[in-house]
Design a protein around this ligand. Structure first.
Ligand code: PEP
Ligand code: MN
Length: 254
């Protein structure tokens, strides 16, 4: 495995990823990116092109036509770009548009055939990839996904912890379970870990409480959902923060 500080010349041991849940329109994407680009310490812009949503009548993602807009973010604002992949075709499209890093979503991590298809498409490709924990707390699904990606020859792999779907209702959307990530880290000490407080919280106002819980742990950074008009977001509207709030959170916790 290659340690995080060797992935890019301008990223050391800490990495901050921010951006909207979904790519929605050129204005939404570029305005959000412009505002984020002025925040110190944010190096990477995230935005979902394809959204594996739970319910079919919700926004399913803009699809491939959003990739040139994402590429524009990289060109205009100097941020690295990152998106979620769930199929081999999506991997191929991302490589075409020079996406800097990929992530596998929590739903996809539960599906070994989907992870294998992604791994097959990445065979021989040198791109960093992050694997979110599966929605259910089965450590073997997470390990299996990691092994499939490693077996494809990838050496720049990270983990994103976004909590687990709660079996009994809690105030958080996804339950933080630090024990499992500790166990996982112990087995894989070279893998960087990002915390995604947005998907744990489900609500923008809970994000800072969650960050508080993790800030003193041995983590490599954060992935935080940020939209220039959170209330208008087409997905995960209640958990996205404005760039101004993001700046405040980061200045408090970094
Ligand atoms: C996301 O990052 O927008 C997303 C859908 O996350 P998860 O896979 O953690 O639910
Ligand atoms: Mn989201």
């Amino acid at each position: 495995m290659i340690p995080l500080e060797k992935w890019f010349s301008d990223i050391k041991k800490k990495i901050i990823v921010a951006g909207p849940c979904s790519v929605e329109s050129p204005t939404q994407l570029l305005t959000t990116a412009q505002e984020i680009s002025s925040i110190k310490n944010v190096q990477v812009f995230r935005a979902g092109i394809w959204k594996p949503r739970t319910r079919p009548h919700t926004f399913q993602g803009i699809g491939v036509k959003g990739l040139p807009w994402l590429y524009q973010v990289k060109k205009n604002y100097g941020l690295k770009i990152m998106t979620e992949v769930a199929t081999s075709e999506q991997v191929i499209q991302c490589l075409k548009y020079k996406v800097d890093m990929l992530w596998i979503g929590a739903k996809t991590t539960t599906d070994p055939l989907a992870v294998q298809a992604i791994a097959d498409a990445l065979q021989g490709v040198d791109i960093p990839i992050w694997i979110k924990n599966p929605v259910i707390p089965d450590i073997y699904l997470w390990m299996g996904a990691l092994e499939r990606i490693q077996m494809a020859g990838l050496k720049k792999i990270g983990l994103i912890f976004r909590g687990f779907f709660p079996t009994t209702p809690t105030k958080y959307r996804n339950t933080p379970n630090w024990d499992m990530i500790r166990k996982f880290k112990k087995k894989n000490p070279l893998l960087p870990v990002l915390i995604d407080p947005s998907h744990m919280a489900g609500k923008a106002s809970y994000i800072s409480t969650i960050m508080e819980q993790y800030v003193r742990e041995d983590i490599n950074g954060w992935m935080i959902e940020c939209h220039y008009q959170p209330k208008q977001a087409l997905s995960d509207a209640s958990q996205q923060v404005t760039p101004q709030t993001l700046q405040k959170l980061l200045s408090h916790f970094l």
